[in-house]
Design a protein around this ligand. Structure first.
Ligand code: GLA
Length: 670
C-alpha cells in the first residue's frame, strides 16, 4: 500500500483558513540587482502572485566560502515578500553545490557507468550517497532552518530540487558501498542474493558483499546481470529518498510546524524515482510538469496530473513548476498558443492541484535558461505572456472555492507500476522497442476518446475500488500481486492486461510453464513463444485494427475464455489476438499487441461496456471534451481545435472555444 502524505498544507502567513489557490513561481532574485526586487514584488501583486519558491540555486550566494555565510540579501528578500503579503516556499538551497565545495571535495562528484566523473559546470553534480556532500548540505539546511524557521513569510520548506533529475544513477565507490548495504538489508545473506540474481549464470557467484558493484559498463555486446540492474534502479530511487529523509529530519527537528515538500517530476519519460513510494515522506505532494510536443501532448499532461493526484491520495497537491510558454531544453522550443497557459494550469487544478506555479518569475538575461519562458518575459510586463499570467491570477482567485476539494474517483483505472516500467525496458529482452509509459498513455488516450474518466493509480495503491482496471505491460508480478489480481476478478472486478504482463517475479525470474505464468490461469491462455514484430512489420486484426511491436502465439486453455479478436495476417493469422475470460461476474482480458490509441478506442469501448462502465458525457461530446471532477466542480476541457457547443452540459448557447476550459458546479451552473 502506498504511504499517503499526512497532508499538512501551506502555512499561510495571514488568514490561514481562507480558501485560496496558491499562485506563483520560482523566484531567483540573486540573478538581478537589488533595484529590480521592488519592481518584482510590485508586478507580482499585479499578477496576483501569493507565493514564490525561493533560494533553490542559492547555495553559492548564501555560503560564498566554507564557514562564511551571507544571509543579508535573503533576509531583505524574505522581508520584502512578507511586507507585500507574498508567502515563501523556501528551498534548502542544496540542489547545486558551489565551486569551492567541489574544488575542495571532488569526491562528491557523481561517476557514470563508464567510470567518468561528472564534472561541475552545470548543476546537481553530487552523489546522493556521498557522506561528505551530505555533511555540507545538512549544515546548510540547519543554518537556513535556524535563520528562517520563525520568519512569518515561511509557508513551507522545499527540499533540494527535483531530486534525481540529473544525478539519479551514480556508479561511484560511495554508491557501491551504499548499494552493498541496501542489498544486505534486502537479502540478508549473500546466498540469498546469489539465488535472487541467478548468479550461477556466467559464473557470477559472489562470496562476499564487498565484491558486488553497481552495474558498471561491462564487456562490449554483453549484458550486466538483469536483477543487478533492476535492484540498482530500486536502490537509486531509495538512495535519493534516504537523502530526502536526511534533509527532512533536520527541518522537522528545527521547525516541527512548518510543512515540508519536494518537487517530483512526474512527466514524460522521466522515470528513475518511484514517487508512489515517496509520497508518505512529505507533508504534501508537489510536482513539476512540462508539456512535450507531439500528438498526445495534451493527453500526457492530463495523464501526469492524474497520476500525481492519485499519488497524493486524492488530496490537494502543489504544481511547483510548469512553463508559461517555451522551454529551452527541447531540440526546437515552440511558444505556447494563446489559451494554452491557462488550459495547462487548469488541467493540473482539475486533477487536484491547489497551487499553480511556474519556472520562473522573471526570465533570465544570462545563463543556460535565458530562452526559457517565465511569468515576466524578456519583453517585460507589456507582453501577451504577462497579460495571460495576470488573467490566470484572476481566474485562480475566482476558483478559490475549489481549494481543498478532493478529486472525485473515476470508475475505471490504469495501473502504473515503476517496477514494471524499469524491468520491462531492460536489455536482452524479446524486443528493445517496448515502451511502458507509452502503452499506458495510449490506453489513457483511448479512455479520453470514449469520454470515460479513468484514474491513473500506482499499482501499490488501493485499486480494488475500481470496476475496470487496465494494467498495461504489468511485466513484474510477484506472488502477492498475482493473488490480489485473482481476488479482484473473483470479487467481480474487470481486469484488462496486455502483452509482456505477468512474465516475471520480483527478481525478474520467469514464471515457468508457459507465459504469462503469473496470470495464465486468471486469463485462461497459454503462450509458448513471444512474437515480437520488426519495425516494418504489422499484423492485421479481424476487427479492422492493426497491431505493431508485439504479438503472441496464444493457446486458449480454459473453456471460459472467449476470443474477442483474431489475427488476420502474419505469423499468428487465425490465432487469438484479444481474449477475455469471465469465470463469474468478473473478467480478465488480454491484448497481445500494440494497437495505439486509434486501435484501442473501439476495443476499450467493448471492454468497458461489458464491464458496465459508461461515459458521464452526452454522446455528442465524448472524445471532444475531457471531464475532470473535484468535489462539486466539473472541469470541461476542449480536446479539439474548434469551438464546441456544450449546451447539453452547461446550459443553452454555451460554447467552449478551442483550448478553453469551463468550470461548472454540479447541476451545470458555471
Ligand atoms: C526544471 C528545474 C528548473 C528549471 C526547469 C526548466 O524543472 O527544476 O530549475 O531548470 O526545469 O524547464
Amino acid at each position: 500500500m502506498p504511504h499517503h502524505p499526512r497532508h499538512r498544507w501551506l502555512r499561510w502567513p495571514s488568514e490561514p483558513d481562507r480558501p485560496r489557490l496558491a499562485f506563483g513561481a520560482d523566484y531567483n532574485p540573486e540573478q538581478w540587482p537589488r533595484e529590480v526586487w521592488r519592481d518584482d514584488v510590485r508586478a507580482m501583486k499585479t499578477a496576483g502572485v501569493n507565493i514564490v519558491s525561493l533560494a533553490i540555486f542559492s547555495w553559492a550566494r548564501i555560503q560564498p566560502r566554507e564557514g562564511v555565510w551571507d544571509f543579508a540579501w535573503l533576509d531583505e528578500v524574505m522581508d520584502l515578500l512578507h511586507g507585500n503579503e507574498i508567502a515563501v516556499d523556501l528551498a534548502t538551497a542544496t540542489a547545486s553545490p558551489p565551486p569551492w565545495l567541489t574544488a575542495a571535495h571532488p569526491e562528491i562528484l557523481p561517476v557514470d557507468r563508464e567510470g567518468h566523473t561528472r564534472w561541475p559546470g552545470a548543476r546537481q553534480h553530487w552523489r546522493p550517497t556521498s557522506p561528505v556532500f551530505r555533511a555540507h548540505a545538512l549544515a546548510l539546511v540547519t543554518a537556513l532552518a535556524e535563520r528562517y524557521g520563525e520568519h512569518p513569510a515561511l509557508a513551507a520548506w522545499h527540499i533540494n530540487n527535483e531530486l534525481g533529475c540529473h544525478n539519479a544513477y551514480d556508479y561511484s565507490d560511495d554508491a557501491a558501498r551504499a548499494f552493498q548495504e541496501w542489498l544486505r538489508r534486502r537479502y540478508g545473506t549473500v546466498d540469498e542474493l546469489n539465488r535472487a540474481w541467478a548468479t550461477t549464470f556466467w559464473s557470477q557467484r559472489y562470496s562476499d558483499w564487498e565484491q558486488i558493484l553497481p552495474p558498471r559498463l561491462s564487456a562490449p555486446s554483453s549484458y550486466p546481470n538483469p536483477t543487478q540492474q533492476l535492484d540498482f534502479k530500486r536502490f537509486s530511487s531509495d538512495a535519493l529518498r534516504d537523502y530526502l529523509r536526511a534533509e527532512r529530519e533536520v527541518l522537522r527537528a528545527a521547525t516541527p510546524d512548518v510543512p515540508v515538500t519536494t518537487n517530483f517530476l512526474v512527466m514524460g519519460d522521466t522515470g528513475p524515482v518511484d514517487y508512489a513510494a515517496w509520497a508518505g515522506e512529505l507533508d504534501f505532494v508537489a510536482n513539476d510538469h512540462y508539456v512535450i510536443p507531439g500528438p498526445q501532448a495534451r493527453d500526457e499532461l492530463s495523464f501526469s496530473a492524474n497520476l500525481v493526484g492519485n499519488i497524493a491520495g486524492g488530496l490537494p497537491w502543489y504544481l511547483m513548476e510548469h512553463s508559461t510558454s517555451a522551454v529551452n531544453w527541447q531540440p526546437v522550443n515552440k511558444a505556447k498558443a494563446p489559451g494554452e497557459l491557462a488550459r495547462d494550469s487548469l488541467t493540473h487544478v482539475a486533477h487536484g492541484a491547489d497551487a499553480v506555479c511556474f519556472f520562473q518569475w522573471r526570465q533570465s538575461a544570462g545563463g543556460a535558461e535565458k530562452y526559457h519562458s517565465a511569468m515576466v518575459p524578456h519583453a517585460g510586463e507589456d507582453s501577451a505572456v504577462f497579460r495571460a499570467v495576470t488573467e490566470l491570477g484572476t481566474t485562480l482567485r475566482e476558483l478559490a472555492p475549489v481549494a481543498g476539494t478532493p478529486r472525485e474517483p473515476a470508475r475505471a483505472a490504469i495501473l502504473f507500476d515503476w517496477d514494471s516500467w524499469w524491468a520491462s525496458e531492460q536489455d536482452s529482452h524479446p524486443s528493445d522497442r517496448l515502451r511502458y509509459r507509452r502503452e499506458a498513455l495510449d490506453w489513457y488516450s483511448a479512455f479520453l476518446e470514449l469520454g470515460i474518466r479513468a484514474d491513473v493509480v500506482p499499482a501499490s495503491g488501493a485499486w480494488e475500488r475500481y470496476e475496470l482496471v487496465v494494467a498495461p505491460i504489468l511485466y513484474v508480478v510477484p506472488r502477492p500481486l498475482a493473488d490480489r489480481l485473482d481476488a479482484y476478478v473473483g470479487a467481480g472486478g474487470h481486469l484488462v492486461t496486455t502483452y509482456f504482463s505477468g512474465i516475471v517475479d520480483e527478481h525478474e525470474h520467469v514464471w515457468l510453464g508457459g507465459y504469462p505464468g503469473a496470470l495464465r490461469d486468471l486469463l485462461g491462455i497459454r503462450i509458448e513463444e513471444f512474437g515480437p514484430l520488426l519495425d516494418d512489420e504489422t499484423a492485421e486484426l479481424d476487427d479492422g485494427s492493426t497491431g505493431a511491436l508485439w504479438t503472441d502465439r496464444i493457446d486458449i486453455v480454459d473453456p471460459a475464455t472467449e476470443v474477442l479478436v483474431r489475427y488476420k495476417t502474419g505469423e499468428q493469422a487465425g490465432r487469438p489476438a484479444v481474449t477475455r475470460r469471465a469465470p463469474g461476474p468478473g473478467s480478465a482480458a488480454y491484448v497481445s499487441t500494440r494497437l495505439g490509441p486509434a486501435g484501442l478506442t473501439p476495443l476499450l469501448a467493448t471492454l468497458a461496456s461489458r464491464a458496465g462502465v459508461t461515459s458521464e458525457l452526452p454522446a455528442a461530446l465524448r472524445g471532444h471534451v475531457e471531464l475532470a471532477v473535484r468535489g462539486p466542480h466539473r472541469f470541461l476541457f476542449n480536446r479539439t481545435d474548434r469551438p464546441l457547443d456544450v449546451s447539453a452540459l452547461a446550459g443553452p448557447g454555451r460554447v467552449l472555444a478551442p483550448r478553453a476550459v469551463m468550470v461548472l458546479l454540479h447541476g451545470g451552473t458555471p
